[in-house]
Design a binder for this molecule. Sequence first.
Ligand SMILES: CC(C)(COP(=O)(O)OP(=O)(O)OC[C@H]1O[C@@H](n2cnc3c(N)ncnc32)[C@H](O)[C@@H]1OP(=O)(O)O)[C@@H](O)C(=O)NCCC(=O)NCCS
Length: 317
Amino acid sequence: MCYLLISNCNEVTLLTLSSLEMASNSSRDYTIRLMKEEEIEETYELVDKEGWNLTLDKFTHLYHSCPKAFYVAATDQGEIVGTISFFPTFPKEYVLGNIVIKSTYRHKGMGKKLVDVMMEQHSPCVVSCTAVPGADQFYINVGFSFTEPQQGHDIFHIEINREELDKQLLNNNETGLSVRPYDKKDLKALVDYDTEAKGYRSDAYVSMMLDCFPTYVAVHNEDRLAGYVAAFVKREEIVLDGLCADSDSIACHLFRKVLDEFPTRNNVKLQVPTSRLFLSQLGVICSSSKYNRYSLGQPTPSPLVKIYNVSDCDYSY
Ligand SMILES: CC(C)(COP(=O)(O)OP(=O)(O)OC[C@H]1O[C@@H](n2cnc3c(N)ncnc32)[C@H](O)[C@@H]1OP(=O)(O)O)[C@@H](O)C(=O)NCCC(=O)NCCS
């Protein structure tokens, strides 16, 4: 087995793998290295085929905030055939995400190789990830363990009946609470709130959310932030991309505000921690699935008290 690992102050990483290591239907060599700016779109297209909570805008923004988090496997001809991201959370901890191998290159060891390169590059104490259904065995086979206690999450696709929902929310009065579009003056409070909710600071996520998606904040008595929500529409569905709140009732008000933002859409995708399943009862459940959490080392648990819907399994959880 022949590795060539070139590391230049962590700026560029090259790992060239002989085609001999590849299974017989691939005759090309590939290189694992940082993603380049001009490769954003091609890499996004590879990831987007999986139907995750990404938009090109979001992917681009996250890349610009944290370019060293994005790696690709590229053939000698420059075709992107694999990708992975490795986002920092707590000290020496990372979240592995967006790992995709082009379908014709799967089951030849490339996924494992991408994980190995990330480990060599970052020397993390802890890495965690949430596995989409079907990917569990991959993580176990590359050395991850089922995280205990779990902080995986449940995916729900629900259909909203707005009238029913409004009836349910009638008794949900919150004195002194206003829900309003995010204003630039809320930025520091929003970053602080997000940090408290997740347990670690993620400026990259907050700035992406504000720049890419409609974001609403819940404010108590005009001065104290009590929650936020961001959402976008993808594949005919409202995708809730982060909802943190001080209470169930505030979470419901934020959720209702999102529906006002997209008045013609009644289908919603939720990614809720297991302790927050009630949000899925605000509509009729059309389908659901479970994303388990896997890790190398013992991850620092997120406080979870304020998290009602995870922003994106790959970057903030
Ligand atoms: C999951 C994925 C990244 C794996 O990449 P890959 O290059 O095919 O995986 P590898 O060939 O490196 O496999 C490494 C090990 O995992 C096992 N494995 C890989 N995919 C598997 C699967 N779907 N089911 C069971 N085992 C699997 C392999 O058998 C191998 O085991 P071994 O080392 O004991 O022989 C790839 O299938 C993919 O892109 N899937 C679609 C996107 C996706 O689901 N990503 C995961 C998001 S959480």
